[in-house]
Design a protein around this ligand. Structure first.
Ligand SMILES: [Zn+2]
Length: 85
């Protein structure tokens, strides 16, 4: 499955790898997805952002230990943000 963001309403649509965009339509607004674009950011990116963000947050709370805890927490948050599928 590939993810595309609807150009009309912005929701993420998942379409099979062998399906073409013009043949697919948005589940939310029913517009054809031929103008859809790939959503920005991969799972790896969001995990990295979570890691950096968590480390920054943790550092502001409790120094080096806070940074480590924050980093782990941030990585988990980033992983969750990736979504299912
Ligand atoms: Zn749509």
């Amino acid at each position: 499955m590939k993810k595309y963001q609807c150009a009309n309403c912005g929701v993420i649509n998942k379409i099979p790898d062998d399906a073409s965009l013009p043949e697919s339509s948005c589940w939310s607004c029913s517009q054809p997805l031929n103008n859809a674009r790939k959503p920005e950011g991969t799972g790896e990116t969001s995990a990295a952002v979570g890691l950096i963000g968590g480390a920054t947050l943790g550092a502001s709370i409790g120094g080096p230990v806070g940074a480590i805890v924050g980093g782990i927490l941030g990585a988990l948050i980033g992983k969750e943000a990736r979504g299912v599928g």
